[in-house]
Design a protein around this ligand. Structure first.
Ligand code: SDX
Length: 393
């Protein structure tokens, strides 16, 4: 095996055969089951899109109604999950709370009947139904309040905003949030989806699969970027400081959050749609000073780094939408997770249908033929890091 076969980050290495979604990074194309994301954003809603991703076709009226009813009936959390959440520190990050709760679901349901379609179906419904309730419940509980129960007269998107803000959302706000969930639902073999697949390939339970994916999404290079973008816009503070900020990042080879993508070398089509949603919200509810900074940032980065294919990705404008919807910044990534559960579950089912446990190989760069040296005979000094650790211990 030669070093040339090693691809850092598995860039460009096919890890599966999939029919769930398709991305053309040069043309800025994203399709879910062959349907362009623009058409789904315009015409669909999140639960219908989740059904399409997970079962492969758009549902009939009866199928969609039945699916919605099942989700509505399973939104509530077991009181033991709520009691567990009461022990979480208020200062804990909501993604850590979500990962803990997702894994805890596995304690309540029979493990690993993966050859039973009814078990698979129940797991899909429970995870899609309960994840939003978990995110909203942690938000209220960390403020010292009791969580509110889901409302069965509200659709998926409106009910989440209701549980989060304790008031019925404006219909336009609910619709815009629903479109955000569609845009974040799926994106081929991204890092968190790959985590889900690797975990799924060992035939563990679906709750462990989703917990693994949540943990991966949390990182600032992946789903955590949307939260970092808002912090960045706040730090820049004014439009006239954008160019210096970008030049400083380039000089120090620092990452500009919300820009760049392993696949897209043009503007992420989701960023374009999200920008339209931002402008709709601002027309209706008033603008946001950060939008002007974001527009200038997009202009300067495209000017300075466009030649390297660095353009806005899905995380660049999403935070401005969520901020306008009254969602706290550290809940932006949990909101991403609420949507991406649909994609993770679709890939979980697809992996199980043609499973082989993931076990790649490596290029060994270490030594051979080393012998054990007794402690008393080890004269060479410990490297400074280990020595310091020793002193601490
Ligand atoms: C998501 O994969 C998916 O589909 C993910 C996602 C999904 O829907 O699941 O689309 C969601 O995770 C979007 C990405 C959110 N992350 C960020 O916004 C963080 C900032 N972005 C970068 O960290 C980066 O662009 C990545 C992680 C997204 C992609 O990294 P790659 O493909 O490994 O790119 P790289 O590190 O090899 O960089 C290539 C070059 C380097 O320059 P050179 O050393 O070649 O001179 O591009 C530069 C990098 O320095 N570069 C950036 C940059 N991203 C890449 N320079 C400045 N700012 C950036 N954001």
């Amino acid at each position: 095996m030669s070093i040339d076969e090693y691809k850092p980050g598995l860039e460009g290495v096919p890890a599966t055969l999939s029919s769930i979604s398709y991305v053309d990074g040069q043309k800025g194309v994203l399709e879910y089951r062959g349907i362009p994301i623009e058409q789904l954003a315009q015409n669909s809603n999140f639960l219908e899109t989740a059904y399409l991703l997970i079962w492969g076709t758009l549902p009939s009226t009866e199928e969609l109604t039945s699916f919605e009813q099942e989700i509505y009936q399973h939104r509530r959390l077991k009181y033991r999950i709520r009691d567990m959440m009461k022990c979480f520190p208020e200062s804990g990050h909501p993604m850590d709370a979500l990962q803990s709760c997702a894994a805890a679901l596995g304690l309540f349901y029979a493990r690993r009947a993966l050859d039973d379609p009814a078990y698979i179906h129940r797991a899909v419904v429970r995870l899609l139904a309960k994840i939003p309730t978990m995110v909203a419940a942690f938000q209220l509980m960390r403020k010292g309040n009791d969580p509110v129960q889901p409302r069965d007269d509200l659709n998926y998107a409106a009910n989440f905003l209701y549980m989060l803000n304790e008031k019925q959302p404006d219909p336009l706000a609910a619709r815009i949030f629903d479109v955000c969930l569609i845009l974040h639902a799926e994106h081929t073999i991204n890092a968190s989806t790959f985590s889900a697949m690797v975990t799924a390939s060992t035939l563990t339970d679906p709750y462990a699969v989703i917990a693994s994916a949540v943990g991966t999404l949390a990182g600032p290079l992946h789903g955590g970027a949307n939260e970092e973008v808002l912090d960045m816009l706040e730090n820049i503070g004014t439009v006239d400081r954008v160019a210096n900020y970008v030049d400083e990042c380039i000089a120090t080879k620092s990452r500009i959050m919300g820009f760049g993508h392993r696949v897209y070398k043009v503007k992420d089509p989701r960023a374009t749609i999200l920008q339209g949603l931002v402008e709709q919200l601002f027309d209706e509810f008033g603008s946001d000073l950060y939008y002007g900074i974001a527009l200038e940032l997009e202009r300067v980065v495209s000017d300075r780094l466009g030649h390297k294919g660095i353009y806005p990705n899905v995380d660049f404008y999403s935070g401005l939408v969520y901020r306008k919807l009254g969602i706290p910044t550290d809940l932006f990534t949990p909101v991403f997770a609420i949507a991406r559960v649909a994609g993770w579950l679709a890939h979980w089912k697809e992996q199980l249908a043609a499973n082989r446990i993931f076990r790649p190989t490596q290029i060994y760069t270490g030594n051979h033929g080393q012998s054990y040296v007794k402690l008393d005979d080890r004269s060479t000094p410990l490297p400074p890091g280990l020595l310091a650790l020793g002193q601490e211990l």
